[in-house]
Design a protein around this ligand. Structure first.
Ligand code: ZN
Length: 619
């Protein structure tokens, strides 16, 4: 999540692989205990979903039938699903649709309720008739005014981490994988897309069918419905967006195909067929979400100068780390995000060069240091393997799994060299393709295939310290960028020499970000004003620059930026960026009052998960 994501020749190979995978998945799911699902996969487990649903904008509900092919491994009389705020109307068994008993268990905060369904020892299919409610956390219903084109309504889903159960009754664990087909009926003037093979044009019937023949976990179930159009970039990549956004989006993401090729060169074939991107309206709560075949993206990435496309490299990276090899429980989320942040940096290096990569590396290190400082270096949440028992698993999605995970992998890379590390990672993805694994599975694989019995190497890497201890181990690799060193030198001198002409020396988004981040703590309002006059950050910055600049503006009470800050915070729903600004605001009593005023105005446009996060902070 956060920042994105081909075939005929591989078809036979893939088909074989899938068979083996299914067996392996069974082993994994019986061994792993995921605290965030009610389902008991060792009793009976889902294998395939046939979804037949209708999307109704008048009632803002999705309703229909989820037909699950199951494996009743224990030959018992029950299968358990997860549900949260759904209305279950009827459950039947088999193609003959014999009605059966079902019962909802006790509600648990964040988790919803277990759905117990009576089955027979030989049951292979369970049909659940249901509808969603207004409280479905995964679904964001937008009226036309909340879209880019302002003509038609829009709805999209966000399943990670445990929200898919609010729009589909499912065994909602990242350790349980299934394939799916879907038939989706939508208003005739709208188009539906999913995390699957997608249509490229609207049809007259309003009925769309989808097929995902790779086994995915439930959090990667995704749908979007709206006035959506498609533009191809090359033979396997393309962009979906509202018509008015389509052209600029396709221009911005022109490198998409090149990124897929760069990633394949490092980590082996892209196994999902097409790789497309859907640009969502601004209330999408994340930078990006790596839904298979179709990354969901914030429109904030369209900067007009291709300066924020590293986010695409991240979401694309998930096609290997996350979607192909998945964390078995939310406590292992670093296996998704740490690896993906590492892959993102490597793709970035291929596409944008070593100098840009070095700058990104320094920025990432700052993120890590800031995060550890915020949590405290002994806080257990700064371990890579976290414990999210009785907690909302979204709490585990801090910067730690991303940036500490990335730095851990850099330590291993540095210890063995890329000549060994690159094939190791490629083989790791291969060996665990279409499987969900735990941190311990990774450690075992690392010991068996890279560290072996080399004690000196083990001492150099310090696996246990990185994974199971809080804070940052002392063997972290220093982050160095000559270009940033030049900016640091400017930073030391501009207060005496003046700011005139600086914008000619500090040009790229990355450089500007670094310059803004390290402005002197005692900067005066007059100095901030002169910097803004030179760079035009308040009005002219892209999404990332504005976010960084507004932190400084709030901190140093630079009032001319206030209207722009308010506008920015109302227009986006990106939880991470918003939280950065809200956190800065609540540091002073006046700031907190202003934060509450902004939240009141902005709330109705925010995504449910964003509202939850901001409310928690403003309490
Ligand atoms: Zn991610």
């Amino acid at each position: 999540m956060k920042k994105i994501f081909l075939f005929a020749l591989f078809l036979t190979a893939l088909a074989c692989q899938k068979k083996e995978t299914t067996k392996e998945t069974d082993k994994t799911t019986t061994a792993v205990n995921d605290e965030h699902t009610f389902s008991k996969p060792d009793l009976a487990i889902v294998k395939h979903l046939d979804l037949d649903i209708k999307v109704d904008f008048d009632t803002q509900t999705i309703s229909g039938k989820a037909s699950w092919q199951i494996d009743n491994t224990s030959k018992g009389n029950e299968i358990i699903f997860d549900e949260n705020t759904l209305t279950i109307t009827k459950v039947t068994l088999g193609d003959e649709e014999k009605e059966t008993k079902f019962e909802l268990g006790k509600e648990v905060e964040f988790h919803g309720k277990p759905l117990h369904i009576t089955i027979e020892p030989n049951t292979t299919k369970v049909n659940i008739y249901y509808s969603t409610s207004k409280d479905a956390v995964a679904l964001q219903w937008l009226n036309p005014a909340q879209t880019a084109d302002k003509k038609k309504p829009f709805v999209f889903s966000q399943g990670e981490s445990i929200w898919s159960r609010t729009w589909i009754p499912c065994q909602d664990s990242p350790g349980i994988r299934f394939t799916y087909n879907a038939k989706v009926t939508v208003p005739k003037d709208l188009m539906a897309v999913m995390s699957a093979v997608n249509p490229q044009t609207k049809n007259d019937t309003g009925v769309y069918t989808f097929k995902q023949d790779k086994a995915i976990p439930s959090y990667l179930m995704a749908i979007a419905v709206g006035d959506i159009a498609f533009k191809s970039i090359d033979n396997r990549t393309g962009v979906y967006a509202e018509p008015s956004v389509l052209k600029s989006a396709a221009w911005e993401f022109a490198d998409l195909g090149k990124m897929v090729v760069a990633a394949e060169k490092l980590y082996g074939p892209y196994r999902w067929g097409r790789y497309d991107v859907l640009v969502l309206p601004p209330s999408f709560p994340y930078g990006g979400m790596e839904n298979p075949n179709l990354t969901f993206l914030t429109p904030g990435v369209i900067a007009g100068d291709r300066s924020l496309t590293s986010l695409l490299a991240h979401e694309l990276g998930h096609s290997w780390s996350g979607n192909l090899v998945t964390n078995a429980t939310w406590d292992d989320i670093w296996l998704n995000e740490g690896f993906t942040t590492y892959v993102e940096h490597r793709i970035g290096e291929e596409i944008f060069g070593k100098k840009e990569a070095a700058m990104q590396d320094v920025l990432t290190r700052k993120d890590l240091d800031d995060n550890i400082a915020e949590y405290g270096s002994t806080n257990p949440d700064t371990r890579l393997k976290v414990s999210l028992t009785n907690r909302n698993p979204d709490d585990g999605i801090s910067q730690i799994p991303y940036v500490k995970g990335y730095n851990f992998l850099k330590v291993i890379e540095n210890a063995v060299g890329r000549a060994k590390f690159d094939p190791f990672i490629k083989n790791y993805f291969d060996a665990h393709a279409f499987k969900s694994i735990t941190t311990e599975d990774f450690v075992k694989y690392l010991n068996e295939n890279l560290i072996k019995d080399d004690k000196a190497l083990a001492d150099k890497i310090k696996v246990e310290d990185w994974i199971y201890k809080p804070g940052v181990p002392s063997n972290i690799i220093p982050s160095v960028s000559e270009d940033f060193a030049a900016i640091d030198a400017i930073q030391k001198s501009w207060r005496t020499t003046g700011v005139k002409g600086l914008s000619q020396k500090i040009k790229s988004t990355t450089e500007k970000q670094h310059f803004i981040d390290y402005l002197p703590a005692d900067i005066t309002t007059k100095e901030i004003e002169s910097i803004d006059a030179e760079f035009n950050f308040t009005k002219g910055g892209n999404f990332v620059i504005k976010r960084q600049w507004f932190v400084q503006a709030i901190r140093h009470q630079y009032k001319p930026a206030y209207p722009a800050i308010e506008q920015f915070m109302i227009a986006t729903s990106r939880t991470g960026s918003l939280m950065t600004l809200y956190k800065e605001l609540v540091k002073t009593p006046e700031g907190k009052t202003w934060a509450k005023q902004i939240f009141d105005k902005a709330k109705s446009g925010y995504h449910a998960t964003t509202v939850q996060a901001v409310e928690g902070l403003l309490k």
